[in-house]
Design a protein around this ligand. Structure first.
Ligand SMILES: *Cc1c(COP(=O)(O)O)cnc(C)c1O
Length: 379
């Protein structure tokens, strides 16, 4: 990938993080050693979960949750098209049917009213996503799930540390999960973790991440179909070390959000900026601005090209899942989810990471404003 002078994202790796990894390399236990339960315990206590099951990616965490909830061929799962592709693909892995419904244009999360309207006798689950760190409307979703006897999955991969009324992201549904790719709030290089209060989900995930071994079985006894979704002790040690600094990361990211808001305050009629939700302490994953309705996707793309030509990393967040080639091949096309498409045509993720300085934010905003002035005036 292209390296920009000011990148879109960058991890913050300290000398302590490096030492934690080196210590594991000096030990003889590189996998299934003591760093695994240590990391799981730290995550569980951070979010207030009874169980945490670490795996090798957020996508693996989603897949094991879908399986643990018994979702299978013939079942429908209602989810959002405005997300990273993994939140829908995990449904396809088990040959269940993805049933997209549109989003709320303010929070970018799934619209509960549309969820209720999409329920059929085949509906088994609702898989909602806490997009960009915004929490979905879990109160409404839980009421719908209870009323129709559905299970709830929270893709909280982008919201580690977001809290509403004392409840952490990841803890609003039957199970939630976090991802630790280097652009997330904290990283393990690659990695993920399931969080849940349900012992049955945790036990099944623990077995299936490790080739279907029963939790007490001999190494070469495999009770059920499993996978190798294990997370090594090297990754876990990095995770535990990063997690210690997560509160500081979240605060620094909130500071960057405040700097951007200040710099962009004079153009909010042209470009809307992310705002924390009422009653939520938001842990920001990305900083996504949105052009006013009168602009087009072409204008947005021109703006991205302008930023990139000035060596600033930025991107479209997110292209709708239903318009990805694999979902088009399943029959989806433009117009299926107009709110998602309208939003996705106008959004831009700007550089956003812990160590982004006030000066860098100012220079991104100057170049962004220059780019806006170059757009056709007729817009
Ligand atoms: C990052 C992310 C995931 C998981 O990503 P991995 O790269 O598999 O760790 C899943 N869902 C969403 C919404 C994400 O942003």
């Amino acid at each position: 990938m292209t390296q920009y002078h000011i990148p879109l994202a960058a991890p913050d790796i300290s000398e302590d993080d490096i030492q934690a990894v080196v210590d594991v390399l000096h030990s003889s236990q590189l996998s299934l050693g003591p760093k695994l339960p240590e990391f799981e315990g730290a995550i569980a206590s951070f979010v207030g979960a009874k169980h945490a099951v670490a795996v090798n990616s957020g996508t693996s965490a989603l897949h094991l949750c879908v399986r643990a909830l018994g979702i299978k061929e013939g079942d429908e799962v209602i989810t959002t098209p405005f997300s990273f592709i993994a939140s829908a693909n995990c449904i396809l892995y088990e040959k269940a049917t993805v049933k997209f419904v549109d989003i709320n244009p303010d929070t970018y999360c799934i619209d509960p009213a549309l969820v209720e309207a999409a329920i059929t006798p085949k509906t088994k689950a609702i898989l909602a996503v806490d997009i960009f760190g915004y929490l979905a409307d879990w109160k409404a979703l839980k009421e719908i799930a209870d009323k129709h006897n559905l299970v709830l999955i929270e893709d909280s991969c982008e919201a580690l540390g977001s809290v509403r009324s004392g409840t952490h992201a990841g803890m609003f549904a039957d199970c939630g999960m976090f991802a630790f790719y280097p652009n997330k709030q904290m990283t393990t290089g690659e990695g993920g973790v399931i969080v849940t209060n349900r012992e049955d989900i945790a036990n099944q995930a623990r077995s299936e991440r490790n080739q279907g071994r029963a939790l007490d079985s001999k190494w070469l006894e495999h009770r059920t179909l499993g996978f190798n979704y294990r997370l090594s002790d090297i990754n876990c040690a990095l995770g535990t070390s990063q997690l210690k600094r997560l509160p500081e990361f979240i605060t620094k990211r909130q500071q960057v959000v405040a700097w951007y808001a200040e710099e962009l305050a004079d153009i909010t009629d042209v470009l809307s900026v992310p705002r924390p939700q009422n009653g939520v302490d938001t842990s920001w994953f990305v900083y996504v601005v949105r052009l006013a309705d009168r602009y087009t996707a072409k204008d947005r793309n021109a703006l991205i090209a302008h930023l990139e030509s000035h060596d600033i990393g930025c991107n479209t967040y997110f292209p709708p899942i239903h318009l990805q080639p694999i979902y088009r091949d399943m029959g989806h096309s433009e117009g299926d989810f107009p709110i998602t498409e309208h939003v996705a045509d106008r959004t831009i993720a700007l550089p956003f990471f812990v160590n982004l300085s006030k000066e860098e934010v100012a220079s991104v905003c100057t170049i962004l404003k220059d780019g806006l002035n170059l757009l056709p005036k007729s817009s």
